[in-house]
Design a protein around this ligand. Structure first.
Ligand code: ADP
Ligand code: MG
Length: 236
C-alpha cells in the first residue's frame, strides 16, 4: 500500500466547490459551494436522488472535473497548483474508481481487463498487487479467462473492483456500485467492498440514491440540488 500520512489530514477536500455545466438557458449548477473533507480510513456515503450532484462530486474529488469556483485539495495540496501530468500521476498513485456499470473492455478477458489497468498504473505508481492476486481477492480466480459477456453482473462488478485494487488506492470512489445489480447480488458486492476495506485499509466514498445502502457507512452526506443538505456521523 502507499505510505500514509502520520497526521490525519484530509486525503481529499472540497472548499466551496461550484460546478456549472453549459451556459445560458442550458446552464446547470451541478454543485453549489460544497465543502467537505475525507479523512484517512473513513467510509462516507454520498446520498441523493438522481441529478443531485453525486457523480459530479466524485469526479471533482478525483480530479476528473475541474470546479468552476472553489478548490479541491489532495493531502492539503490545491489541485490548481499541480499541472495536468503531475495530477494524473498523483491520481494514479492514490485514487481509484468503481463505476455503476462495470465498464469492462468487452473483448478482453477478466484477467486482461485487470492486467491492462495494472500495466498502466504500474509505470506511474510502482504498485505491486498483480492482476491475478487482485482477482483472487475478489474471489474470481476461477474466471480469469472469461469475457465480460460470460460473467454475471455481480462478477463483472467484482472484476471492476479488482481493476481498482491493482492501483492499491488510498481512496476508493464508488459511483452507485450496485446500481445495475439485483438486491442480493448488490448486497454481496457491498459486503465484499467492506471486507476489502478492512483488509487493505483504503478510504471509501460511495455514492448512492439508496438510504439503506448509505446507512452502512460511518458518515453520510446527503446532497440535493448540488448542495449538502444533511450530514450524519462524524469523521472517524
Ligand atoms: P447524480 O450523480 O446525483 O445523478 P450528476 O452529478 O450526474 O448527479 O448530475 C448533477 C446535475 O448536473 C444534473 O442536473 C445533470 O443533468 C447535470 N450534469 C451532469 N453532468 C453533466 C454534463 N457533462 N453536462 C451537462 N450537465 C451535466
Ligand atoms: Mg450519478
Amino acid at each position: 500500500m502507499t505510505t500514509r500520512p502520520v497526521l490525519r489530514e484530509a486525503i481529499a477536500a472540497c472548499r466551496e466547490v461550484t460546478v456549472v455545466y453549459g451556459d445560458g438557458d442550458a446552464l446547470v449548477r451541478a454543485l453549489n459551494a460544497v465543502s467537505l473533507e475525507i479523512r484517512p480510513h473513513e467510509s462516507v456515503a454520498l446520498l441523493g436522488r438522481s441529478g443531485s450532484g453525486k457523480t459530479t462530486l466524485l469526479h471533482v474529488l478525483g480530479g476528473l472535473v475541474e470546479p468552476s469556483a472553489g478548490s479541491v485539495e489532495w493531502h492539503g495540496v490545491p489541485l490548481q497548483s499541480v499541472d495536468r501530468a503531475a495530477r494524473g500521476a498523483l491520481r494514479a498513485k492514490g485514487i481509484a474508481y468503481v463505476f455503476q456499470g462495470a465498464n469492462l473492455l468487452p473483448h478482453f478477458t477478466a484477467f486482461e481487463n485487470v492486467a491492462f489497468a495494472a500495466q498502466l498504473i504500474r509505470n506511474d505508481a510502482g504498485s505491486t498487487l498483480t492482476a491475478s492476486a487482485a482477482l483472487e481477492l475478489v474471489g474470481l480466480s476461477a474466471k480469469l479467462d472469461h469475457l465480460p459477456s460470460e460473467l454475471s453482473g455481480g462478477e463483472a462488478q467484482r472484476v471492476a473492483i479488482a481493476r481498482a485494487l491493482v492501483q492499491e488506492p488510498e481512496l476508493l470512489l464508488c459511483d452507485e456500485p450496485t446500481g445495475h445489480l439485483d438486491a442480493d447480488t448488490g448486497e454481496r458486492v457491498l459486503d465484499l467492498i467492506d471486507a476489502l476495506q478492512a483488509e487493505l485499509g483504503f478510504t471509501l466514498v460511495v455514492a448512492t440514491h439508496d438510504a439503506d445502502v448509505a446507512a452502512r457507512y460511518g458518515r453520510q452526506l446527503e446532497l440535493a440540488d448540488g448542495t449538502v443538505v444533511r450530514e450524519e456521523g462524524a469523521p472517524q
